[in-house]
Ligand binder design. Structure first.
Ligand code: HEC
Length: 113
C-alpha cells in the first residue's frame, strides 16, 4: 500500500516533466527552426543584391554576415528588423512570410562559422 502511494506521487510529477519536455520538443522546432536551403534561395533572390554573395557585403556600412556582423540578436529581433526594414533596407513585411524570414535567418547564421 505504501509503495503504491509513493508510485502515484512519483508518477504525477513524472508526467508533468514528460509533458513539459514533450512540449519543448514538438513546439520549439515547429516555430523556430528554419530551413537553410529554402532560406538560401530566398536570400539569393531578395537580399543578395545588397548583402552580397554568402553575406559578404560590398556596400560600406552594411553588416557583413560572413563575419557574423548584424546577427548578434535573437531570431525574433532579427525577424522584426527584416520585416520593418531600416534606412536603405526595404521592409519585407507582406513580401516574405514570417517562416520564410526564419528560413533566411537560419541561412544567415550558417554563413559565419
Ligand atoms: C536595397 C538593399 C537591401 C536589400 C535588398 C536587403 N538589405 Fe538588409 N540591409 C541593407 C542596409 C543598407 C542595411 C543597413 C541598415 C542600417 O543600419 O541603416 C541592412 C541591414 C540588414 C540587417 C542588419 C540589421 C542591423 O541592425 O545590423 C539584416 C539582418 C538584414 N539587413 C537582413 C536582410 C535580409 C534577410 C534581406 C533579404 C530578405 C535584406 N536584408 C535585404 C540593405 C538591404
Amino acid at each position: 500500500m505504501k509503495s503504491i502511494r509513493l508510485l502515484n506521487v512519483g508518477g504525477r510529477s513524472l508526467r508533468g516533466v514528460l509533458l513539459l519536455s514533450a512540449t519543448m520538443l514538438f513546439a520549439a522546432p515547429a516555430v523556430m527552426a528554419g530551413d537553410p536551403i529554402k532560406g538560401g534561395k530566398i536570400y539569393n533572390q531578395q537580399c543578395k543584391q545588397c548583402h552580397g554573395s554568402r553575406g559578404k557585403s560590398t556596400f560600406p556600412g552594411v553588416a557583413d554576415f560572413s563575419r557574423g556582423e548584424g546577427l548578434m540578436m535573437a531570431d525574433h529581433a532579427l525577424l522584426k528588423k527584416i520585416r520593418d526594414g531600416r534606412g536603405m533596407m526595404p521592409a519585407f513585411r507582406g513580401m516574405l512570410k514570417d517562416d520564410e524570414i526564419f528560413d533566411v535567418i537560419t541561412y544567415l547564421r550558417k554563413l559565419h562559422r
